[in-house]
Design a protein around this ligand. Structure first.
Ligand code: 13P
Ligand code: SF4
Length: 328
């Protein structure tokens, strides 16, 4: 259910025939998606109302896999820009729309391609493994793309003595390094949401709820990974909460996931972990929340904004993404 804070306001002055209320937007989006033969895909951090009307919701890996196999003529990606860009690279012949093209990602931004290229040159004979939260230009410099859902499996599939550059997330890289014991150098990037969860706040919550299981996304810092009962991608955290015998969970990732978790875990108690600043809503990704019903409606109505990736860049960036899909 949308909180009052998240809910979009009704529009006072709208052109005749244009939707005004949430119900009218949903009806119009439904009609347009059929007319356009479009499929709507949404990440688990999207606003509740967007998750509810999506044809598919998933983690980054699921969204990439869905994009790779869909036969829809139009893909509307309700997520951040790198997700839509990945879908476009995988489906160059289809129209890929993103309702809010300004929806960036602080983690992707923490890895400028020119600097990453220089880092790669400093470490010759290393295999370059990049998290999917990167620009197409960084993917084009990469040997294998990974997501949080398959990073461990893919790194473990590489020969034991292979030297690895892992970018851009230092927390995910550190986690994979600690569980695989591989020879890895890490790019020092981070997500501004996951890097800000409060260890003390989570320990306080655990003291008040001793039976609670702590679910942590690997983009969080190491001390949080160490106190976790489960470290995993959004899809894995959902699965764990659904099938665990425990009835209370402290959820240490972007709070949009709670919508799907509540649906999958009726009757269980789900506690959103606090960020280090109790006053802010720092456990929300403001980029993910840029996508609203109104923007989704306009995007389908106007068939814009569409994602464009230069063909020569797409050709380089698709190789490490294909490798990921083969290996996972
Ligand atoms: P997942 O692939 O686990 O859904 O993570 C995506 C993301 O952006 C996490 O911040
Ligand atoms: Fe990027 Fe962090 Fe937002 Fe995920 S939560 S999309 S890593 S900024």
């Amino acid at each position: 259910m949308a909180t009052d804070k998240q809910k979009e306001p009704e529009k006072a002055n709208v052109a005749p025939g244009e939707p005004r209320t949430e119900a009218e937007y949903i009806e119009a989006i439904d009609r347009l998606r059929r007319e356009r033969r479009a499929v709507i895909m949404a990440h688990y951090y999207q606003r509740p109302e967007i998750q509810e009307l999506a044809d598919h919701i998933g983690d980054s890996l699921a969204l990439a896999r869905l994009a790779a196999k869909t036969d829809a003529e139009v893909i509307v990606l309700c997520g951040v820009h790198f997700m839509a860009e990945t879908a476009k690279i995988l489906c160059p012949g289809r129209t890929v729309l993103i309702p809010a093209p300004e929806a960036g990602c602080s983690l992707a931004d923490s890895c400028p391609p020119e600097e990453f290229e220089a880092f790669i040159k400093e470490h010759p004979s290393h295999t370059v493994v990049s998290y999917v939260n990167t620009s197409a230009a960084v993917k084009a410099l990469t040997d294998i793309v990974v997501t949080s859902g398959n990073a461990r499996k893919i790194i473990e599939s590489l020969p034991q003595d292979e030297k690895i550059i892992f970018g851009p997330d230092r927390n995910l890289g550190g986690y994979i390094n600690s569980v695989t014991g591989r020879d890895m150098v890490l790019w020092p990037g981070a997500c501004h949401v996951h890097d800000r969860f409060s260890l003390q706040g989570i320990l306080d919550m655990k003291r008040e709820n001793p039976g609670a299981k702590i679910l942590v996304h690997p983009e969080c810092r190491k001390p949080l990974q160490l106190i976790a009962d489960m470290v995993g991608s959004t899809a894995r955290l959902l699965e764990y909460a659904q099938f665990s015998d425990a009835d209370t969970f402290i959820v240490v990732t972007e709070s949009g996931i709670l919508h799907e978790m509540r649906r999958l875990c009726p009757g269980k108690t789900l506690l959103a972990a606090p960020a280090d600043d109790a006053e802010c809503q720092c456990n929300q990704c403001e980029y993910m929340k840029l996508i609203t019903l109104e923007k989704l409606y306009r995007c389908l109505r106007d068939m814009a904004p569409a994602v464009h990736v230069e063909p020569d860049l797409a050709e380089k960036a698709i190789r490490p993404i294909r490798r990921m899909l083969e290996l996972s």
